[in-house]
Structure formats: structure tokens, C-alpha cells
Design a protein around this ligand. Structure first.
Ligand code: GDP
Length: 198
């Protein structure tokens, strides 16, 4: 379990992001996917990600410092229906630049709701990540809502969609912020990567 977690800053461009070269892990997903809940559960803080969801801040790149050692980055969600095209385009560009240019980004976790079949917007996003060469893994959220016996089907469904464009599969994890299922796996993965860069 991570020991300390503090909100550090929000940035609208990559130039404003922390410059001290600590390794970072970022989280992204469609709005309502359970991103804030997962971040809070991972760092064992009830309201951490909410600190950043004050008006205005959800559209920014939010850095949290964890154990004074690495950054957890909360990226703006995609697929909001209620915002203008111009605004959506601006967030997409901000995120794109961050993902393409942020050299300290170790891994991007793309969150996907395990109750919903793979959506075009997610699949297109994975393809972009491939084009840009961004290392990413897929994290299914809200697994408590999917019966154990159905999880294999959910996994296979995603894999067969990915197989249409990907020759090698990204890692795929099942998690639930509510039951904490799968969170240890994500923690161990982060710690493993950190042990490689330290
Ligand atoms: P965000 O918009 O991606 O940050 O999503 P939130 O973390 O705010 O969660 C969106 C909704 O999904 C809320 O109503 C949460 O209570 C619910 N939710 C989030 N995580 C889980 C989970 O692990 N299990 C269940 N059943 N619901 C969840």
C-alpha cells in the first residue's frame, strides 16, 4: 500500500508539469468510468482525486505526489457528451501532447467499464496510443458488477476487438474500487516498474 499521497498541481500544458524527472503513471478513461474512485482507492484516500475535480480542474493534467517518489497523473476524461466540440478538441490536443512528449511517463492506465462492451471511442484511443508509441495497459473498472463467470467473456471480447489491429496484446486487469479487487496487482505493477527506474 502506498503511504503518502498529496495533490501537487494542475497543468494545462506539458511545460507546466513538474520538471524534476520523477517517474509517473497516468490514468485516463471515459467520464464516469470510475477513475476518481480507483485513484482514491489505490492511494487509500477518500477524497484525493476529488480535490482536483473542483470546477475547471477536471480538464487539466493533475499531478499527485506519492510517497515523495513518483507522480500519479489524473488526465481529463474523454467522451463527455455535454461539452462543445471546440472544448473537446482542446482537451484532446492537451492530452495528446502530454502523452506523446512526456518523457517521464512510465505507463498509462486506460480505464474501461467492465459492464460495457468495448466502445468505438476506446478502441480508437488504443489505436492512437499505438501510433504514438505510448506504453499502456487496460484496467477494467467496476468488476464487482460483473459475475466472476462472466469476466472471461468480457476479457475475450476485448481481446478479440484488439486483435483486429494489434498483433501483441496490452496487459488487461480487472479491478473494483468498491471491493478493492485487483488493486494490489496494480500497486505491485507500479512498484515493479519503480524498482526498474530507481
Ligand atoms: P470518474 O468520472 O471516472 O472519476 O468516475 P467516479 O469515480 O466519479 O465514478 C463514477 C460512478 O461509478 C460513481 O457513481 C461511483 O460510485 C461508481 N463507481 C466507481 N467505481 C466503482 C466500483 O468499483 N464499483 C461500482 N459498483 N461502482 C463504482
Amino acid at each position: 500500500m502506498f503511504n503518502t499521497a498529496e495533490f501537487l498541481k494542475s497543468s494545462s500544458v506539458i511545460e507546466e508539469c513538474p520538471q524534476d524527472n520523477k517517474p509517473e503513471f497516468a490514468f485516463i478513461g471515459r467520464s464516469n468510468v470510475g477513475k476518481s474512485s480507483l485513484i482514491n482507492a489505490l492511494v487509500n484516500r477518500k477524497e484525493l482525486a476529488k480535490t482536483s475535480s473542483k470546477p475547471g480542474k477536471t480538464k487539466l493534467i493533475n499531478h499527485f505526489i506519492i510517497d515523495e517518489n513518483w507522480y500519479l497523473v489524473d488526465l481529463p476524461g474523454y467522451g463527455y457528451a455535454s461539452v462543445s466540440k471546440v472544448e473537446r478538441k482542446a482537451w484532446a490536443l492537451m492530452t495528446e501532447r502530454y502523452l506523446k512528449e512526456r518523457e517521464t511517463l512510465v505507463c498509462l492506465f486506460v480505464l474501461v467499464d467492465s459492464r460495457i462492451p468495448p466502445q468505438k471511442i476506446d478502441l480508437e484511443f488504443f489505436n492512437k496510443l499505438g501510433e504514438w508509441g505510448v506504453p499502456f495497459q487496460i484496467v477494467f473498472t467496476k468488476s464487482d458488477k460483473v459475475k466472476k463467470t462472466q469476466r472471461m467473456g468480457v476479457l475475450k471480447n476485448m481481446q478479440s476487438q484488439l486483435a483486429e489491429t494489434w498483433s501483441s496484446m496490452p496487459d488487461i486487469h480487472f479491478t473494483s474500487s468498491q471491493t478493492k479487487f485487483g488493486l494490489q496487482q496494480i500497486e505491485e505493477l507500479i512498484l515493479h516498474y519503480l524498482s526498474l527506474v530507481d
